[in-house]
Design a binder for this molecule. Sequence first.
Ligand SMILES: Cc1cc2nc3c(=O)[nH]c(=O)nc-3n(C[C@H](O)[C@H](O)[C@H](O)COP(=O)(O)OP(=O)(O)OC[C@H]3O[C@@H](n4cnc5c(N)ncnc54)[C@H](O)[C@@H]3O)c2cc1C
Length: 449
Amino acid sequence: MKKIAIIGAGLTGLTTAFYLRKNNIDITLFESTQHIGGVIQTKEKDQFIWETGPSTGVLGKPEAMELFEDLEALDILETAPSLAGKRYIWKGKGLHPLPSGPISGLLTPLFSWKDKFGLLFEPFRPKAENPDENLSSFVRRRLGESVLQYAVDPFVSGVYAGSPDTIIPRYALPKLYNLEATYGSFLRGTYHKMKEPKTPRDLKATKKTFSAKGGLSRLIERLVAVIGEERIKTKCKDLVVMNEEKGFSVSSSAFEAEHFDEVIFTGSAKGILKTFPFLQNKGLEAISQIRYTAVAEVAVGFEKWEGFPLDGFGALIPSKEKRRILGILFMSSLFQNRAPKGGAMLSVFVGGERHPEYVSLSDDELKALVKEELIPILKIPNFNPAIFEISRHQEAIPQYDLLTPDRINAFKAAEENFPGLHLGGNGIGGIGMADRIKQGKELFLSIIS
Ligand SMILES: Cc1cc2nc3c(=O)[nH]c(=O)nc-3n(C[C@H](O)[C@H](O)[C@H](O)COP(=O)(O)OP(=O)(O)OC[C@H]3O[C@@H](n4cnc5c(N)ncnc54)[C@H](O)[C@@H]3O)c2cc1C
């Protein structure tokens, strides 16, 4: 029987490990920290529940729904109510809902009249000549400057903590890119996509916002229960993988070398060349040149909420508005039991490509910054949170920028040159939780095929 080593006990590695164990394949999962779940971690205190890493996923790929089904964990799947479709954008002195249809699109103060009417001509605008055009230029060309500033820029801050000036749609937003590449227009492409017949499997990708009841750590616990805690080795610092005549050896300062037939890596791309010294000096440096943005996530819980009605997904702040936070998620409006009745739980994001320096502020400075921004944005009369907790991520979100094609080619070259080596992680294949689950399943399929 094959012995498989999986490196990294985040959502990707745990998904791969789960499917391999379900097929009775012998695995060992190596994790450098003592925490299982990677960036996913739920905390609880005094009737408040909050996330210190990812907060909301999107059931945008069938694999995400299938994971809950295959894990027999549908009892913990929680999808957000329809109000999650309402997203606020800060402009001037207030929050405005992002338009969701033609009438609200016409009436919104977020976009200029030029761009509103310009949308009628979108299907007739020419395609890009440069496939690696950045997102700013892509959106400006097709939809106009105000849509870039008040819809796309805040969206990119909210998802990537990045900038549309550096993100390349072909790699970061392939569905959007393909609308233009295949159909020549967003509007025409969206219309064709809506008309395309859907298989029952396609319909599992409902695009609903999801979490797990009680927080995402509950999903991690269910994965670990099937994988078996005894198969997960934590605190494996300085892991080194060597290639052998047949297979690989895995060793660390904490344990003797162990032999495996195949190795799967799901950690940060930055660490690949160190973990696999045999990949060094092979022209694969693009792997470790990946850029991550830094983010601080601040959980703010109120026992009694008296501010702006939290009737939506959250609020995003465009860079043009020059505020010091990136956005706020209304967590207690999306999922149950996140705050006591009548209270509220918010997740506030700070830093990103715009202001990485804020992530390194002292706790007091960061809390003061969040307080000064939240009070006017959410019109909070008495700022006296019961929960005020900071989680810092110096390497939070990988940026799918102009370095991406070289990185993808380097991943492929490494795998081709060393059969049995499988490289994953969020440096390739998308950053969202559904992307991670999809990749985790693909890694499993690459082993059994
Ligand atoms: C603050 C924050 C907020 C986010 N919000 C959202 C969100 O709301 N929705 C969403 O869909 N996505 C969100 N994301 C992105 C998403 O959470 C991640 O892309 C995803 O969870 C990453 O899972 P992973 O398993 O690929 O990586 P990770 O969770 O990073 O796990 C990788 C694991 O590998 C370990 N590791 C790395 N290198 C080694 C090594 N050499 N040896 C041993 N172990 C190693 C690490 O310690 C880690 O535990 C967010 C990310 C962050 C940081």
